[in-house]
Design a protein around this ligand. Structure first.
Ligand code: NI
Length: 227
C-alpha cells in the first residue's frame, strides 16, 4: 500500500497465540505438515459473518495462508475460507489449474489470497447472465448440488500483503471467488442450491461429463434448471 503500512491495527495477542498454537501443531505433524482439519457443516463457525481482517494475526498471517494453501491442495479443492479451518476471519485462498475446453469456462486461476473480499454481479446493460452448474464444498464432504450464479462478477478486496484489488472475473474462477466470499458471510453453497439436484459424488458420475451434468441431472432428477 502507498501509505507503507499494510494493515491498520496491531496484532491481537490472544488470537495470535491461538492461531500460532494451531499452526505449530499442523506444521509439526508428520506426513502432511501444515494440513489443518476442515470443519464440516453444522459447526456454527461456518454460519457466522467472518470478522474483517485488519492486522489481527501479525506475522501469523503468512503462516496461516501457507497452511490453508496446503490444506486446500491436500483435500483436494480449489478454494478454502478461514472459517473452514475454524478461524472466523475474512481470509480465503483459491487456486484452480483449470480444465481446457470445459463448457463451464473452467479457466486457470493462479493461487491467490482474498482478504475482506466483496463481489457484485456485472451487468451488461440488462439482467446479469447466470450459469447453473454442480458445485461442492470441502465442508459438505461427499455431496454436490446445482447452483445458479452470476457468470461475471466484480471482485474487490485486498491480497495477503494488504494491496487492494478491483477486477472482473468470469466463468469458473468467478464461481470460485463467489463461493469463498459467501463463506466469509456465513453462507454455504447449499443456501443457493436447487434442493432436488443434491447428489453424492458417486451418483454424480451417472450424469456424464461434469460440464454437462447439470442439464442431464435436471431431466433425470426432475428439477427446473435454474437460470
Ligand atoms: Ni466451500
Amino acid at each position: 500500500m502507498s501509505d507503507g503500512r499494510a494493515w491498520p491495527d496491531e496484532p491481537d495477542a490472544d488470537l495470535v497465540e491461538a492461531v500460532a498454537g494451531l499452526l505449530d501443531a499442523a506444521f509439526e505433524r508428520e506426513g502432511r505438515p501444515g494440513v489443518l482439519p476442515i470443519v464440516q457443516a453444522g459447526d456454527p463457525v461456518l454460519r457466522r459473518v467472518a470478522t474483517p481482517y485488519t492486522g489481527q494475526l501479525g506475522a501469523q498471517l503468512p503462516r496461516l495462508v501457507e497452511a490453508m494453501r496446503r490444506t486446500m491442495l491436500d483435500a483436494p479443492g480449489v478454494g478454502l475460507a478461514a472459517p473452514q479451518v475454524g478461524i472466523p476471519l475474512a481470509v480465503a485462498v483459491c487456486a484452480d489449474p483449470g480444465v481446457p475446453g470445459d463448457a463451464r469456462e473452467r479457466e486457470p486461476l493462479p493461487f491467490r489470497v482474498l482478504v475482506n473480499p466483496r463481489y457484485e454481479p456485472v451487468r451488461d446493460g440488462g439482467t446479469p447472465e447466470r450459469a447453473a452448474h454442480y458445485e461442492g464444498c470441502l465442508s459438505v464432504d461427499g455431496w454436490q448440488a446445482v447452483v445458479a450464479r452470476p457468470r461475471r462478477v466484480r471482485l474487490t478486496g485486498r491480497d495477503e500483503r494488504g494491496a487492494a484489488f478491483d477486477e472482473v472475473l468470469h466463468g469458473w474462477p468467478a464461481r470460485i471467488v463467489q463461493h469463498e466470499t459467501d463463506h466469509l458471510a456465513g453462507r454455504l453453497y447449499l443456501d443457493r442450491a436447487e434442493p432436488r439436484s443434491l447428489a453424492s459424488h458417486e451418483n454424480l458420475t451417472r450424469f456424464g461429463a461434469p460440464d454437462a451434468a447439470a442439464e442431464r441431472a435436471a431431466v433425470e432428477l426432475g428439477f427446473p434448471l435454474p437460470s
